[in-house]
Ligand binder design. Structure first.
Ligand code: HEC
Length: 142
């Protein structure tokens, strides 16, 4: 008797497991993962110092970027578009520099709810410094 009931428990468990696997497969098929272009280039491989820059704004911007924005924009942390990833930056650059200045200074939440915090969280930066960092990052990502 005991043996039979154990077997039926085993059978129920097996059925449950199969059901769970089935549901997981269904879920995996039905939810099309959104393509995240910000994660496309190899994270952390961009060498900002290797760029030869002529515009003094870009030179100053690089300095600021290295000390602040790099935290997220080098490796794509929290969904930040990675520097040098042309595909990720193209639609952003198309918004125009003024919009990007505004979003970098005042903060911006994108369509996938990833957040660019105001000044990247570096409140001590002046608006001009943030603008230079934006100019550098977009220049390096074209
Ligand atoms: C804490 C992480 C973090 C830091 C630090 C950070 N960013 Fe961002 N940034 C993000 C994220 C995440 C996004 C993408 C938001 C989205 O989904 O569109 C973003 C997007 C942007 C954009 C594109 C905005 C748009 O309208 O498409 C610009 C420009 C930008 N950041 C500039 C900067 C600059 C300049 C700095 C340094 C002063 C900086 N970021 C530092 C996380 C960061």
């Amino acid at each position: 008797m005991l043996r039979t009931s154990n077997e039926s428990i085993d059978a129920k468990l097996l059925a449950l497991c199969l059901l769970a696997v089935g549901l997981m497969t269904l879920a995996a098929c039905s939810s099309e993962p959104k393509e995240d272009v910000s994660q496309k280039s190899t994270p952390g491989t961009f060498d900002a110092m290797a760029l030869s820059l002529t515009d003094p704004d870009h030179v100053a911007g690089r300095e600021i970027w290295m000390n602040t924005c790099q935290t997220c924009h080098l490796r794509g942390l929290t969904g930040a578009p990675m520097i040098g990833n042309k595909e990720a930056w193209k639609p952003r650059i198309e918004k125009g520099l003024d919009t990007l200045f505004n979003h970098a200074i005042n903060g911006f939440i994108g369509p996938t709810y990833s957040e660019m915090p105001p000044k990247g969280g570096f409140a001590e930066l002046s608006d001009e410094e943030v603008k230079k960092a934006v100019k550098f990052m977009t220049f390096a990502s074209k």
